[in-house]
Design a protein around this ligand. Structure first.
Ligand code: G3P
Ligand code: CA
Length: 330
């Protein structure tokens, strides 16, 4: 563990990325075309998108493998849930999903919003976009504004898709090829918590696109990937063989403050940088601050300036862009 004392005094020289997490999701329901438009207007460098598949093989933009937490599926399709009350995306066709409306994310009990003070929970103004609609939107901006917003796409739930004979990674690469995303220099990253998905994309599908290994906690049971191993020097060395960066959870980087008030750092960023891996950290939220940061700007300062990550996923891209402009790190 490394200890670091505030106030901060270092300035990073390299460009820092602001990645709009599920769009500008602090202001509009996540993963809607509207939240992507707002992210572009806020000058985010990248737009983060999670993708899952429908029964008929379309990639839709959605974080969960189920429709429960962000749509009105229970009103539109009563009786179509599994015995556990869950509506799996891969049990619905795209045409059916297009009948749904998207709302602000529910809390785990489904009794209200996950984040208080965000867009009104009762609002049902939005629809579920496909990946292709998002690609058309971002490409449209390129033509109409002459500015590029990169894409940062996460493949969710490879194992459950396999059970439904669906292969989101293969489909994703085929779609991206059609939109001319082919090279490492293209403005796109592909991310996954599942090491096997990334290895397959690199080694079997031979993609040259930039890949990022997300790092979670084994207790989250996201895939067979052993995150405790990946966080070690040996593990990171293995990651460097198939990916271009890591995406740690912020608790993997800063674990709090010691009794002298110094930040406790794990050292994972330094290890990753030694291996030439970029570090894009998730997820900074102005309305969910860790106890070692008093303000969101304080949090941005810690990660951009002190820890020197290369990018952050945030629900509040405008505040991160402003912070970087003010401190000339952008
Ligand atoms: O992809 C970065 C971050 O989004 C990972 O967490 O659960 O929001 O997909 P999650
Ligand atoms: Ca994600």
């Amino acid at each position: 563990m490394i200890y670091l004392t505030l106030p901060y005094n270092t300035l990073a020289s390299q460009e820092k990325l602001v990645i709009a997490h599920r769009g500008a999701s602090g202001y509009l329901p996540e993963h809607t075309l509207e939240s992507a438009v707002l992210a572009f207007a806020m000058k985010a460098d990248f737009l983060e998108l999670d993708v899952v598949m429908t029964r008929d093989g379309h990639l839709i933009v959605m974080h969960d493998l189920t429709l429960n937490a962000t749509t009105n599926v229970d009103e539109i399709f009563p009786g179509r849930s599994g015995t556990n009350g869950k509506y799996l995306t891969m049990e619905f066709s795209l045409a059916e999903i297009k009948n749904l409306r998207v709302h602000e994310r529910s809390n785990k009990r489904g009794s209200g919003p996950a984040f208080k003070g965000r867009f009104p929970y009762e609002s049902l103004l939005f629809e579920v976009p496909t990946l292709e609609e998002m690609l058309q939107l971002v490409n449209g901006f390129k033509q109409s504004h002459g500015r590029v917003m990169g894409l940062y796409i996460e493949i969710k739930g490879a194992e459950i898709h396999r059970q439904y004979n669906l292969d989101p990674a293969k489909k994703l690469l085929a779609i991206l090829e059609g939109y001319d995303y082919r090279e490492a220099s293209d403005p796109i990253w592909i991310q996954s918590f599942d090491a096997e998905v990334l290895k397959t994309m690199r080694q079997k599908h031979k993609t040259r696109l930039k890949l990022l290994q997300l790092i979670g906690e084994n207790r989250w049971r996201l895939s067979a990937t052993d995150f405790d191993y990946l966080k070690t020097e040996v593990g990171l060395n293995e990651v460097a063989g198939y990916a271009d960066g890591i995406g740690p959870w912020m608790n993997h980087v800063v674990t709090g403050k010691n009794i002298s008030g110094d930040l406790k750092l794990t050292g994972i960023v330094t290890m990753a940088h030694h291996l030439n891996l970029k570090v894009h950290l998730y997820t900074l939220r102005a309305d969910r601050l860790p106890d070692y940061a008093e303000t969101f700007e304080d949090l941005l300062h810690i990660f951009f300036n002190l820890v020197q990550v290369d990018g952050i996923f945030t629900d509040f891209p405008d505040r991160a862009v402003k912070y970087l402009e003010k401190t000339s790190l952008h």
